[in-house]
Design a protein around this ligand. Structure first.
Ligand code: CA
Length: 221
């Protein structure tokens, strides 16, 4: 999944970006409101973590502008500890969740997981599909009760994206856009190699190739 992190505190921003990348979210960092708004309009993000106090344009304004343009991308706002008015204004502007500063990175991660899962119409808890369970904290996949496979970073990102979009045709370019950050080397030929390795771990029948269209995870709707 691809995330936009909007945070003007340089130290916190870099720390969070590192933690989010480590958790398997390809995360772009923006440090002001104008830039953030433009990035949210151009790039296909799966979720935004949005600080409210920002240079050039406030987080609330950015959020209102996105919603006015019918951008439905899920947004978690970062508010001040006592800022109940911020929370109210944030929800009215279209936020999906909030987190008050200071917070533990662990809490941000579980909130991101919960919002993404809710948006994909899945229940909370581990991501599941038939006999497959994805453990997002250890980046492993469980097949049945005994068989646990360790995934590489890219395999994990791909499988999470597939499991949040079961039964849908996902094109190669969509996968590349949602699995890699802005500044990374986006080679869609390498993708096939990763998909094949993933198939070896979870069973090839689960990821079908649709010639000229892309891939389908699980049964088609
Ligand atoms: Ca700030």
């Amino acid at each position: 999944m691809r995330l936009l992190l909007v945070e003007d505190d340089a130290k916190l921003g870099l720390e969070l970006q590192r933690a989010l990348n480590k958790a398997g979210y390809a995360t772009d960092l923006s440090i002001d409101g104008e830039d953030a708004q433009a990035m949210g309009e151009i790039e296909p993000y799966d979720l935004v973590v949005l600080d409210l106090g920002l240079p050039k344009r406030s987080g609330l304004e950015v959020l209102r502008n996105w919603r006015q343009q019918q951008l439905t991308i899920p947004v978690i706002i970062l508010t001040a500890r006592d800022g109940w008015e911020d929370k109210v204004q944030g929800f009215k502007a279209g936020a999906d969740d909030y987190l008050a500063k200071p917070f533990q990175t662990e809490e941000l991660l579980v909130r991101i997981n919960a919002v993404l899962r809710r948006c994909a119409g899945q229940n909370t808890g581990d991501l599941r599909y038939q006999k497959i369970t994805l453990d997002e904290s250890t980046q492993t996949v469980r097949l049945g009760s005994e068989d646990v496979q360790q995934l590489t970073g890219t395999e994990f990102k791909l499988l999470r994206y597939f499991m949040l979009h079961p039964g849908k045709i996902v094109s190669k370019s969509e996968l590349v856009e949602h699995v890699y950050q802005l500044d990374s080397d986006k080679d869609s030929n390498v993708l096939e190699v990763y998909i094949n390795r993933l198939r070896q771990k979870i069973g090839s029948e689960l990821i079908q190739t649709r010639r000229g269209q892309g891939y389908i995870f699980g049964k088609q709707h």
